[in-house]
Design a protein around this ligand. Structure first.
Ligand SMILES: Nc1ncnc2c1ncn2[C@@H]1O[C@H](COP(=O)(O)OP(=O)(O)O)[C@@H](O)[C@H]1O
Ligand SMILES: [Mg+2]
Length: 404
């Protein structure tokens, strides 16, 4: 395959290793500087130039977009996507993960451990917010920090208030987060490729420091992850819309607590620590996907007018409870069940004979109007005329437009 690695630093460890891994496997690979692209737009023909030359036919792109050029970098990735080039991470996924608030918002509705977090604007709301996450000591975070810069631990409520006031006066948005003390300055980095964790390490903060980032002096050790940590890392990556990611988790009392998902995870620390060929795993994954790429369903489905994806919630007491998917006869209303969510379980393509339980959620594809008919009156602006013919008690949570 012909692969472009988008990176501002061709000589850094990660770029060199990825390039080498691709070459060793017989691929044609180039590291291209993300900001040297020009994006051309005209009717029916999205185009890209690299150093004033029209780019050739690439089969795949591996974006390594640094935080300082997120806007430009994701614009270039999006252009490749629109030109039907397979991108190992999409612009949408990169944008989701870059913002700590946005990523926690996306994760929060799923059964995935995250440290309790609040986001407030008004001074009056600060104190109650700190109390809600368990009081001091409390973690305060900038939304787009990296390498531990922008993460603080306030020992007292007074300190926390002062720090927040100062940061907000500097027009910074801050998150207030529960301090997961039992993690004891340690965190887990899981390197996810597709639906697998290909390597994992534990980073341990040194001395008085509570941040375990390698840039803050944290020391890495290889770790054998329990299944729960593997599942959590893979699901978080999928929820973000990423395929290659570094997932950072605290080891909480109740299991893994995700702090962030990195869309351009570094290779040096994890390869040195584990001795594993992470670069090779990334390249092999991309080569396999190029032959059989996954499609961004949301983008393609909206093209078929009137059809889309929606979630149907089965509340306690619903007459769907105890029925099989076949017996719900959703398919007669032009609705197909793609996935069943049950607690923290995800069941893709559930069998028609599967019986439904209270609090199940069905991810469906079908006629939006029919699914909209399932929203109860109080959450719907106006009733659809065909409501009578539809199951009354199923609740549609969101259609494709509003799912991020
Ligand atoms: N809520 C928390 N409780 C305990 N430790 C935390 C918490 N949040 C962050 N940390 C520590 O601080 C480090 C940096 O936080 P993180 O959110 O990953 O920011 P960055 O993007 O700067 O790496 C983490 O690796 C972890 O060791
Ligand atoms: Mg981190």
């Amino acid at each position: 395959m012909k692969l472009a690695i988008l990176s501002r630093s061709p000589k850094c460890y990660s770029s060199m290793r990825l390039q080498e891994a691709a070459q060793n496997r017989g691929h044609d690979v180039q590291v291209l500087d993300t900001i040297k692209f020009a994006i051309d737009l005209k009717r029916g023909a999205p185009d890209l130039f690299y150093r004033q030359k029209q780019i050739e036919d690439y089969d795949a792109v591996l974006p390594r977009i640094g935080a300082s050029i997120t806007y430009y970098g994701t614009a270039v990735v999006r252009q490749f996507q629109e030109m039907d080039v397979f991108c190992a991470n999409t612009a949408h996924g990169i944008n989701n993960s870059r913002d700590k608030l946005r990523s926690l918002q996306l994760l929060s509705r799923h059964h995935i451990g995250i440290p309790q977090t609040t986001f407030v604007h008004n001074k009056k709301d600060v104190l109650p917010a700190i109390e809600r996450v368990g009081g001091a000591p409390v973690v305060i975070k900038l939304i787009e920090g990296t390498q531990g810069i922008g993460v603080l631990l306030a020992e007292t409520v007074k300190q926390a208030e002062a720090i927040i006031e100062l940061l907000q006066a500097q027009k910074q948005n801050v998150l207030i987060q529960k301090f997961v003390a039992e993690s004891k300055g340690r965190d887990i980095r899981a390197f996810v490729v597709g639906d697998r964790v290909v390597a994992a390490m534990r980073r341990v903060a040194q001395g008085q420091e509570f941040r375990s980032n390698v840039h803050r002096g944290g020391i890495a050790e290889p770790v054998e992850l329990p299944q729960e940590y593997i599942d959590t890392a893979v699901r978080a990556t999928q929820i973000m819309g990423l395929q290659v990611a570094g997932v950072d988790m605290l080891e909480g009392k109740t299991g893994p607590q995700i702090m962030e998902v990195n869309s351009s995870p570094g290779l040096e620390g994890i390869e040195t620590c584990t001795g594993l060929d992470v670069a090779g795993a990334v390249i092999e994954y991309i080569a396999a996907q190029v032959d059989f790429p996954e499609i961004d369903v949301r983008q393609r489905l909206t093209v078929s007018k009137g059809y889309g994806v929606s979630e149907i919630y089965i509340p306690e007491g619903s007459r769907f409870v105890g029925r099989t998917i076949q017996e719900t006869r959703l398919y007669e209303h032009d609705i197909n069940v793609l996935t069943l969510y049950r607690g923290n379980k995800v069941i893709p393509n559930p069998k028609p004979q599967r019986e439904l339980e209270p609090n199940d959620k069905l991810l469906c594809f079908g006629k939006l109007e029919a699914m909209r008919g399932m929203v109860p009156a109080k959450t719907r602006r106006r009733r659809q005329p065909d409501i009578a013919s539809l199951p009354e008690d199923a609740v549609s949570v969101a259609d494709v437009e509003s799912v991020d």
